[in-house]
Design a protein around this ligand. Structure first.
Ligand code: 16G
Length: 260
């Protein structure tokens, strides 16, 4: 067992006089060790049995402390390989004034981008899609749903809907939706984006590799062509611990006051 792990138990011994339940004391010792950098992101935690033997407490107690830390996002468990200190997220700062694609945003930061497909195909449109995209019930909608991953970290789930006439072959877009739209002269030139807070449900949390219930950002983007026609209706869930959306604000002059 590493020196760092020994230090966790040294802290545990010091705090064992506090009278707090054992699992809380162990949880605090592990948390302190992470905060003080004694064990760092990606480091493996000793096995439950090792911790129990070393700290002379039951495995049930160890499991309870570890589960709490997994729920809190301090530790991550990978099936078959054990428990690790969660990787520290490099936050991505994203301007709210440029209409860029995920691929462009990540490439500009030198990050390697990939996507995992969740869905792609032509469907009968939902009432929301019909309303936003101006489709009739006899037309089809193209759906492109992807888990967006940068430097091997899943950052967002994006579910895009477009009219099938603008994207007749959603499976053929390659790695970038905007690049595919550009080829047919359908790349949006303007968008309205609505951002709201959301607690992640189980399925989304699993995809984004965060504990269920943690904070995320729900983003809805409606994008337009130069003609004013809506081209894209995308609903996304972004990781709250990964993104800072930044907008520049200016004092409006008297001539601009009252304008929308
Ligand atoms: C961005 C957009 C998304 C768009 C995607 C295209 C937000 C919240 N979302 O992630 O609406 O569909 O870029 O990216 O900014 P792609 O060209 O890499 O597929």
């Amino acid at each position: 067992m590493s020196d760092a792990a020994d230090q966790i138990f040294a802290t545990l011994k010091q705090s064992s006089q506090s009278g707090a339940p054992l699992y809380l004391q162990l949880r605090k010792s592990i948390e302190d060790a992470v905060n003080r950098g004694l064990i760092g992101p990606g480091d493996a935690l000793p096995s439950e049995r090792d911790i129990a033997t070393k700290a002379d407490i039951s495995r049930v107690t160890v499991r309870k402390a570890v589960q709490d830390l997994v729920k809190g996002g301090i530790l991550v468990q990978r099936h078959g390989s054990g428990t690790f200190v969660a990787p520290r997220m490099e936050r991505v700062e994203q301007s709210l004034s440029r209409l860029t694609s995920f691929t462009e945003d990540m490439a500009r930061r030198g990050m390697a981008v990939r996507s995992a497909w969740l869905d792609r195909g032509l469907y009968a449109p939902s009432p929301d899609e019909m309303m936003v995209l101006g489709l009739s019930s006899s037309e089809l909608v193209a759906r492109v749903s992807r888990l967006r991953i940068a430097n091997d970290t899943p950052l967002a789930i994006e579910r895009a809907s477009l009219s099938a006439s603008a994207l007749p072959d959603p499976a053929g877009i390659g790695s970038s939706l905007y690049a595919a739209l550009e080829l047919t002269g359908n790349r949006p030139v303007r968008a309205v984006q609505r951002i709201s807070a959301a607690n992640l449900g189980d399925a989304d949390a699993r995809l984004l590799e965060v504990p269920p219930g943690v904070a995320g950002l729900h983003i809805e983007r409606i994008s337009y062509l130069a003609s004013g026609k809506v081209i894209e209706f995308t609903r996304s869930i972004y990781r709250g611990d990964a993104y800072d959306f930044v907008a520049e604000l200016r004092l409006t002059g008297p001539s601009e006051e009252g304008r929308p």
